[in-house]
Design a protein around this ligand. Sequence first.
Ligand code: NAD
Length: 494
Amino acid sequence: MAVTAATLEANFINGKWIPGSSQTVVDIVNPANQQSLAQVSLADEADTARAIEAAASAFPAWRMTPPQDRIQYMFRFRELLLEHVDEIARVTTKENGKTVAEARAELQRGIENVEVSCGMPTMMQGYNLEDVARGVDEMMIRQPLGVVAAITPFNFPGMIPFWFMPYAIATGNTFILKPSERVPLTMMRVFELLEQVGLPKGVVNLVNGGKAVVDALLDHPKVRAISFVGSTPIAKYVYARAAASGKRAQCQGGAKNHVVVLPDADMKMATQIISDSAFGCAGQRCLAVSVAVTIGEAQKTFRDSITEAAASLRVGDGLEEGVQMGPVITAQSKSRIESLIGVGEKGGAKILLDGRNAHIPKHESGSFLKPTILDAVPASSELTDTEIFGPVLSLVHAKDMNEALAFLERSPYGNQASLFTSSGAAARRFRYEAPAGNIGINIGVAAPMAYFPFTGWKGSFFGDMHAQGRDAIEFYTDKKVVIERWGEEHSRKF
Ligand code: NAD
């Protein structure tokens, strides 16, 4: 597409809205009906360099702004976000497809991070000890890094940028966000609110672009730290390239999450929660349950109940009242998921519920699939290790907990593992042994609250310090140790 008068000024750089300078224009479409929502010209390397220079110039004064004053902006930001939750949620639904209730909920989780960042004057404190030697004192203080950047995915446009932005700013850094080019509109609206907050220019910057912008951020010497959330191959790439230029990096990758269902679980509750986890947001959640491992009689009871629950979900346009599951992000995504269902079938799985070829009245061109359930997926099939990222739940059976845990152990990912049971002892063993960073016990989406870290393992995370919670403060600050001696005779002089 060519740049026209309708092309949005989608980048917020040094306090000004400007169009991207590249000649690539992306048509942002509503996945529920393929209608065009906006045209965005992507930023290029020079736009990115301008954002980095703006953030670098804003840093010295922002760093000297007392933390107590910095958080006043965050209080104002929170109030503005709360006033606009419904409006922003509708923007998210239009560009991403999820239901308005899901979009509202994700923004709420995002706002919780703004709230936590308001505690920065306490959270950012170091520690000290007098008399580490006679007359010698030692202290650890935390200082912000400088310019930091985050690169985020399409599936939570109104939440994931908040895992980084509030902490980065409240600790005294200046910040650049590069959202997914598939969903730029949500953060554009959020940045309009940030503009009203009145932060000094250059403290926050928004650059909408693709690989060229990412590479420019990764290679620029003035960017000190990179946060990334997206698929595993890109997470690995970003981690390696950021490290090559000496940056601190935290890179969250893809997932394939298992839930183990024991026969003593409350089957009604388990079914409801697992159905929400597998099919909510059309399965496009990095914490979506995608493989259910049943043990003993749960094989039959859970299989029957989940198939019934999934079949009853109302699929449609996320803007419509009563719709429980929206479309997937693009037509390409829909055909990728459909072909993976075919791969499962060829590999020996039995299709209990087939969501391919979904027809949604008045939305024939939308990227819709219906919930799909594959039974008896062989443990070593291509599908077991592949992230589907769609509304597809695979069922496998294990003879006991040992076999179930061995199954999880083989997975290349470790974002989340859940257990449904009424046994405390089984729950404790699972918590102790399950090889994943976020564990749910009778929980389907074990998404850590803002004051806890989001702790993916294995191929789901590259780095040391995670997003959110205390890890965020560690990530966005450098520690400095000062050891002081002033001499006793001088101290008695005045
Ligand atoms: P993606 O990896 O395609 O894109 C993520 C970001 O990387 C985007 O901003 C994109 O512009 C950029 N990017 C894409 N290709 C690039 C390249 N070749 N070089 C440099 N940058 C590039 O991911 P997505 O499709 O937007 O999101 C879905 C993925 O994100 C899934 O794998 C999902 O599991 C994962 N995810 C993980 C978490 C988590 O917390 N671990 C959370 C949400 C999503």
